[in-house]
Design a protein around this ligand. Structure first.
Ligand code: ATP
Ligand code: MG
Length: 227
């Protein structure tokens, strides 16, 4: 090997990009459906970490009453604390503006600079509504977009929607099959209102946090611990 070649090898810059996953959601509350898709995608795409980003004021939920951001942030922290690859970001919680994903991604890109490739994680239901998001084309070109399967959605309908979005935006959306967990935050909130058990739908620490703070029950109602 000539000296020149040897120098080429040792001075070659490490072009390998760091891979970071972004898991956005209202997380009101966070549950095992969220955690399982984040972990499966982390492993499948060899991600260095997954950043959970609780939504500030989600554009699609402005009419709906959501829990205070501090509660959603703490529940997300509690749920992710046992996974060394999971982190929680307050990036959308530090201001009162409606949080558009494209703006969040721009801010995250500024933080991570150019040596990081971002993987945006969503469930298939969110992908089906992507048309209503702000600057979809720009968003799809800024990150690797991954759609995880979600029970209750017809796979062929999702595939068709993904195909339509890809053509319209000249972009590529990855789809991944994850173990199906038919869990939703809406269902958990409903169960709490009806004083039904939410055990095994979400981490126990989050369940305890919900009871401790009386979340999702009307003020004045008795909170009953189940199970
Ligand atoms: P809500 O019922 O209040 O809308 P949710 O359970 O859908 O709550 P979100 O915080 O809206 O939870 O979801 C955040 C992201 O996680 C979305 O991309 C959503 O598609 C995905 N997601 C949520 N639950 C599941 C699940 N059980 N399987 C796959 N993806 C899910
Ligand atoms: Mg949802």
């Amino acid at each position: 090997m000539s000296i020149n070649n040897y120098n080429d090898i040792i001075q070659k810059p490490n072009k390998e990009l760091k891979k970071v996953g972004i898991m956005g959601g209202t997380f009101d509350p966070i549950h095992f459906g969220h955690l399982v898709i984040a972990e499966q995608i982390r492993c499948e795409y060899n991600l260095e970490k997954v950043l959970f980003v609780p939504a500030g004021i989600p554009p699609h939920k402005t009419e709906v009453k959501i829990s205070e951001s501090k509660h959603r942030y703490f529940m997300t922290l509690l749920a992710t604390i046992t996974n060394p690859y999971f982190e929680v970001s307050k990036i959308e919680l530090d201001n009162d503006e409606v949080s558009y994903t494209i703006n969040t991604i721009k801010k995250i890109k500024e933080i991570y600079q150019k040596d990081t490739e971002l993987f945006f994680i969503t469930g298939a239901d969110a992908v089906c509504e992507l048309d209503t998001w702000k600057n979809v084309k720009e968003l799809l070109h800024s990150v690797n977009f991954i759609a995880a399967t979600r029970p209750g959605l017809d796979s062929s309908v999702v595939d068709e929607k993904i195909h339509e979005l890809e053509i319209k935006n000249n972009a590529y959306i990855r789809k991944i099959n994850v173990p199906a967990l038919a869990i939703s935050s809406t269902d958990i909130r409903e169960k709490i209102k009806k004083q039904q058990s939410i055990k095994y739908l979400l981490p126990e620490s989050v369940e305890y946090y919900i009871y401790k703070h009386g979340l999702y029950v009307h003020r004045g109602e008795t909170i009953v611990r189940l199970g």
